[in-house]
Write a protein that binds this ligand. Structure first.
Ligand code: AAO
Length: 482
């Protein structure tokens, strides 16, 4: 369950938060496939409660009404079409699976597919679920439970969302049917929402009942779905992330928190010399890594001091470090613009999501940020693909916030987060030649729109990153010769 089954040479997925299926299909074909992205995490595809009383917040997608594939993002036919078209261009689809609970929102009662429920009675006819499918006695998690009561974290409601009992055979069967339906349609894996709120022993049974990935979509025979479980564990929790690594990968929330701190100069970059398990991070193979996610970029979940698109310069630095370093399985966030932390995606007055516009410089409009279309970010996806399994070597730092390292023979990167210039003769571990920095510009035929770096026969080059440069890093790799 720990292999994302990316197409050969691909390494990185992007969360296209609240995108429509038709838009994702074209994005795979015109951008993600050609640029070497490995996959897309999509918003939950199952029917959710419509919440007009809060002007259709983004979080209504986390209020399941049924497992029918019908949401603001599209219907089942559009979903199937997206998965097929993305797989055809080597881009995998990962589903955000909400299997811990059902909607518990008090004010409304109609789902995106027209289904209704009576949650006061724990009755969800469109699945169907009834009283016996939930945990009893009824209780709601309070914040102290996270510290000292694993039982309540698993068996009480997460903020009033009706808490399914995954020990029940009927519940297991409904969940497995839902997930297998998605696997048959060609998805490559799942984010398990709120995994810490379910017992690992129940999850193991559910995972083991999942089908192999669909060979008609290009997966090898016998391939298991990639499973990454959302477990927020920054330490001091009654529920530990280590309870979940035996059954799948886990979202590593410490990763983005620590890198956000470092790139905001709360910690010197030189300490990143031993980035990885010595920092208390999960084993690399177990870790789904990211800087921000859809929750903490707006103060939900493990919020607080996380870099986002709103602090673009240090954010791009942190993302570049994530992608240049060998640790973990990286995921990029692709956001819509927001000030109100509850606000849903760009929509018209009927609540239909408005598609992103694509500008001539490849960036997005219509209220979409599209971090995955920022040059400094998509170029680093290529860097990571090119670096492959090459070891990290030749760490250099200035004892402060200037660092550099190689991915032996494949790529080289330098960062300057100090308030003075970086000017050094450094080992790049690359074959001699002239390279185009993929951060300040890009290669365009024999032209380079960014800085040119000349690597000598000894692999060394003069590296300059000014403290006032637009970006704080410089990156070159095999394939960026110019
Ligand atoms: C909405 C309304 C609620 C209403 C509810 C029911 O906002 O007011 O009561 O509906 O009608 C999302 C939104 C929720 C929304 C929900 C349903 O974020 O606001 O509720 O949709 O519409 C916990 C879970 C984690 C969860 C996170 C948000 O453990 O699984 O809360 N994330 C996922 C999704 C998320 C979604 C759901 C789950 C539900 O990614 O989008 O919710 O499907 C501690 C615990 C964490 C806990 C946090 C939050 O964290 O450790 O496990 O996350 O508290 O309470 C420091 C600590 C850190 C601590 C944190 C916050 O950072 O180190 O451990 O402080 O105290």
């Amino acid at each position: 369950y720990k292999n994302p089954h990316y197409a050969p040479g691909r390494t990185t997925m992007v969360h296209l938060f609240e995108w429509k299926w038709d838009d994702i299909a074209v994005e795979c074909e015109r951008w993600l496939g050609p640029r070497g992205f490995g996959g897309v995490q999509i918003s939950p595809p199952n029917e959710n409660l419509i919440i007009w009383s809060r002007n259709r917040p983004w979080w209504e997608r986390y209020q399941p009404m049924s497992y029918r594939l019908i949401t603001r993002s599209g219907n089942e036919q559009q979903f199937a079409n997206m998965v097929r078209r993305c797989n055809n261009v080597g881009v995998r689809i990962y589903v955000d699976a909400i299997i811990n609970h059902m909607t518990g929102h008090a004010e409304e009662n109609v789902g995106t597919g027209g289904s209704t429920a009576n949650f006061g009675e724990w009755h969800y006819p469109a699945v169907p679920y009834g009283r016996n499918d939930f945990n009893w006695p009824h209780c709601v998690i309070d914040s102290s439970d996270y510290v000292n009561d694993a039982h309540r974290v698993r068996n009480c409601e997460l903020s009033g969302l009706k808490d399914l009992n995954q020990a029940t055979e009927h519940v297991r069967r409904m969940i497995v049917n839902y997930m297998n339906h998605l696997i048959n349609l060609g998805v490559a894996g799942f984010r398990i929402d709120a995994a810490k709120h379910m017992w690992p022993s129940d999850l193991r049974i559910i995972y083991n009942r999942l089908n192999n990935l669909n060979t008609a979509h290009g997966f090898p025979s016998g391939a298991r779905p990639y499973i990454y479980q959302e477990v927020i564990d920054l330490g001091g929790e009654a529920v530990s992330r280590n309870e979940y690594t035996p059954i799948g990968a886990v979202t590593e929330f410490k990763f983005g928190l620590e890198l956000s701190g470092a790139f905001q100069r709360n910690n010197q970059l030189r300490w990143l010399v031993n980035w990885g398990t010595p920092w208390g991070l999960l084993a690399s193979n177990d870790a789904l890594t990211f800087i921000d996610n859809h929750d903490n970029q707006r103060g939900h979940g493990a919020g607080g001091n996380i870099l986002t698109y709103k602090q673009a310069r240090p954010y791009k630095g942190a993302i570049a470090f994530m992608l240049a370093h060998a640790y973990g399985f990286p995921q990029l966030m692709s956001s819509f613009v927001f000030d109100d932390t509850e606000a849903g995606p760009p929509m018209d007055r009927s609540g239909n999501i408005i598609s992103p516009a694509i500008n001539s410089d490849n960036t997005c409009g219509n209220g979409w940020v599209c971090e995955h279309r920022w040059r400094q970010i998509y170029s680093m996806v290529v860097f990571r693909n090119v670096a492959g399994n090459a070891p990290m070597t030749n760490w250099w730092d200035n004892g402060s916030n200037q660092i550099a390292f190689c991915r032996q023979g494949r790529g080289f990167i330098a960062f300057n987060n100090d308030s003075w210039n970086l000017n050094q003769n450094l080992q790049t571990c690359l074959p001699a030649g002239t390279y185009c920095d993929v951060i300040s510009g890009q290669r365009n035929g024999n032209n380079c729109t960014g800085k040119r770096i000349t690597v000598g026969n000894d692999g060394r080059a003069i590296i300059s990153v000014g403290s006032n440069d637009y970006d704080m890093m410089l990156a070159i790799h095999v394939g960026s010769e110019s």
